[in-house]
Ligand binder design. Sequence first.
Ligand SMILES: Nc1ncnc2c1ncn2[C@@H]1O[C@H](COP(=O)(O)OP(=O)(O)OP(=O)(O)O)[C@@H](O)[C@H]1O
Length: 256
Amino acid sequence: MEIRGVSKTFHARGGQTAALERCDLAVAKGEFVSVVGPSGCGKSTLMMIAAGLEAPTSGDVLVDGRPAGPAGPKRTVVFQRFALFPSETVAQNIGFGLRVAGTPRAECEQRIGELLRLMGLERFRDAFPHELSGGMQQRVAIARAMAVRPEILLMDEPFGALDAQTRTVLQEEVSRLQRELHYTVLFITHSVEEAVYLSDRVVVMSRGPGRILREIAIPRDAAWRGLDIEQAGEHAGFMQVKREIWELLRGEIVRH
Ligand SMILES: Nc1ncnc2c1ncn2[C@@H]1O[C@H](COP(=O)(O)OP(=O)(O)OP(=O)(O)O)[C@@H](O)[C@H]1O
């Protein structure tokens, strides 16, 4: 996916807000890219535009070199709030996009089974969302987004509403899945640690109107890859990248 020269200005009753200014960002196939930036810098706006849920004021979003067009199953989004269908079971929720796409029943069942296993949800197959913890609900939301095999998975603070322990478990699981399966992911987070732990590249945005300030590549073979997040966080290389990003962010947060 390529976000090319994207700017966004909102017009509201009280005047206008420039949310994004000429943002360029590319996510290669199989790459996990995180975006961090000060609060209100336009991260969610960037995600909505990437998803085709909001139109840019200027600039383009391309997938495979072609205009991405409106939202669709090629780009699925996981939001902070789980947004599951309350009267559908876990399996039905995961299968939603497949049913909409008219996927044959046997293939749906096979794909649902695979995702239940991948996300550790097999026991909850026939449960309803209200019977699940927040962490389990977010696993279902991630599985539902992955079920249609999107070209890119867009995640806007997907662990933001979870308690610290659940968040840690999901971070480690997403990291493991990513090392095995190499999804193409654009991920928004407030947590520099989470961004460093999960990503191939971290994009730092300026305060609003958001611009891309810096991109920091994190090698796949970094010594701390595969460690749990606590051990990784104690690694000198990890700390150094985290500090570099945090210094950039601090500069934006305190800038007047
Ligand atoms: N629909 C809208 N109408 C008017 N202004 C908006 C709209 N959506 C966002 N904005 C403004 O655009 C700017 C960027 O908002 P956005 O939610 O994208 O930032 P963010 O970086 O995701 O924030 P946070 O980190 O706090 O979640 C803010 O000034 C916000 O008030």
